[in-house]
Ligand binder design. Structure first.
Ligand SMILES: Nc1ncnc2c1ncn2[C@@H]1O[C@H](COP(=O)(O)OP(=O)(O)O)[C@@H](O)[C@H]1O
Ligand SMILES: O=C(O)[C@@H](CO)OP(=O)(O)O
Ligand SMILES: [Mg+2]
Length: 444
């Protein structure tokens, strides 16, 4: 059965939506944390709620509100109180937990207040209390708690410097952990001796728990020496605020305590569970593809690299499948996920997924029965209201007919305008989740 291009486009969107739905934070929390009367089961660990006088919820991240909503649905009257910081306008209906809205990716004073509220509950919790910590992407910037002697303004300046220098999120968070009072396992130290359960929604390639939101409740393998190497690698030393330079130098000289490491006692009463990731989303998308009659081929949930280049690999696969039926004959759905990067060439408007679709459109020009969709699972791709875009074998030609030259658009980094003119932007609205990006290649 040969599917029309419109059918392929509809199916690609259904597959994308199925991926996002599988990592809906409310459902993911309620699937991970279940309750039978006084007994909680968390990923197989059983907790008798009668042993705990209070149950607190703390956390930070773009999905914090929906995760808190899920936990309130489970804990109901057993939840004592809580404080969770979310990005502005990323709220959800909660009754007991206090939501703090704050700035991301640059931390702000509201974030400081949210972090202080979190640390208040962490320190208030005692031996006979239970604390849930809800973490998701954006948690680092949303929980600023600068080390002594470092001001918020200096932390803001430092964050802008880090975001612009090309450092990876692992390198950025190594530095952030060593300039904070709660990142890098230090929040676990504040929560001890209370029992701690951390639920994590991963927006990081490789799902490393010590990188996501700077791992405030897990051991930190990184050190001040690593910080010194990163500062040197990106030639940051001369641009560091004096207080930060001095802090890192004192840390390297052994004059400051290192972040908590594996095996230290504050982690004895901790459980950490990954409740959503790009891999989980891809598996759900693959199932939807199968249900729609496209045998799926999942490449990886750890895609990194320049968006334009990764797109070209997907376009090359489209040609191969169409011309030789390799690695699979049509109909087929090739799925991948991760977080690409974009070297900006111009001052235009766009995002890494829109750029991906634009680069793909150029290489699949003229191919029949091929659709490529690239979308951000958080619903916002770059500084735009689009989640991504959709391209097919006619996209380039339709654009030319409108006087749009794809190569020139790439040079302007103006993918949003390009797909807006073609009415091929992907809109989901803020999804409340955040497990990086999903790339879908459908060959009918
Ligand atoms: N005009 C543009 N074209 C392509 N990519 C862009 C453009 N402007 C910003 N970006 C990319 O968008 C990225 C931020 O996207 P965003 O969706 O906000 O990230 P995240 O969802 O990971 O927090 C930046 O890293 C930047 O590379
Ligand atoms: O908060 C963080 O540390 C990172 C990774 O989780 O998220 P984002 O890149 O969205 O700021
Ligand atoms: Mg995004």
């Amino acid at each position: 059965m040969t599917r029309t291009i419109q059918q392929l486009r509809t199916d690609a969107r259904l597959i994308f939506d199925a991926g996002i739905a599988s990592v809906d934070p409310v459902a993911a929390v309620q699937k991970t944390v279940t309750r039978q009367g006084d007994f909680l089961s968390v990923a197989g660990e059983v907790y008798d709620l009668r042993q705990y006088a209070h149950v607190y919820v703390i956390g930070a991240g773009k999905a914090g509100a929906t995760m808190a909503q899920g936990l309130e649905n489970v804990l109901q009257d057993r939840l004592t109180a809580g404080a969770v910081t979310v990005k502005y306008d990323h709220v959800a209906p909660v009754t007991t937990v206090t939501l703090h809205e704050a700035g991301h990716p640059i931390p702000d004073a509201a974030g400081v207040r949210g972090a202080e509220a979190m640390m208040h509950f962490a320190q208030q919790a005692g031996e006979n209390d239970l604390v849930f910590c809800l973490l998701s992407g954006g948690g680092s910037a949303l929980s600023p708690a600068p080390s002594a002697g470092i001001t918020l303004e200096e932390k803001q300046q430092f964050t802008s410097l880090l975001l612009a220098c090309g450092a990876s999120i692992d390198e950025i968070n190594t530095l952030r952990k060593h300039l904070s009072r709660l990142k890098g396992g230090q929040l676990a130290r504040l929560v001890a001796p209370a029992r701690l359960i951390t639920l994590v929604l991963s927006d990081v390639v490789g799902d490393r728990l010590d990188v996501i939101a700077s791992g405030p409740t897990v051991p930190d393998a990184s050190t001040f020496t690593d910080c010194r190497e990163i500062v040197a690698r990106y030639r940051l030393m001369d641009q560091l605020p004096p207080s930060i330079r001095s802090h890192l130098q004192r840390g390297c000289a052994g004059q400051l305590p290192e972040t908590p490491k594996a095996g230290e006692p504050m982690f004895d009463r901790c459980q950490t569970v990954l409740i959503g990731s790009n891999r989980i989303a891809l598996q759900a998308a693959a199932q939807q593809a199968r249900d729609l009659g496209y045998p799926p081929l999942v490449l990886s949930s750890s895609i990194q690299g320049e968006a334009r280049e990764i797109a070209r690999v997907h376009a090359a696969m489209a040609h191969e499948i169409r011309q030789s039926g390799l690695p699979m004959s049509p109909p087929v759905c090739v799925l991948a996920g991760g977080e690409t990067t974009v070297t900006l060439l111009g001052q235009g408007k766009g995002g890494r997924n829109q750029e991906f679709a634009l680069a793909a459109a150029m290489d699949i020009d003229g191919l029949e029965g091929v659709v490529i969709l690239s979308g951000g699972t958080d619903g916002t791709d770059g500084p735009t209201d689009a989640a991504g875009a959709v391209a097919d074998g006619a996209t380039a030609r339709r654009a030319q007919a409108l006087g749009l030259n794809p190569e020139e658009v790439i040079q302007r980094s103006d993918s949003y305008s390009f797909f807006n003119a073609l009415d091929d932007l992907l809109f989901t609205g803020p999804t409340g989740t955040n497990v990086m990006d999903i790339y879908i290649l459908l060959v009918g």
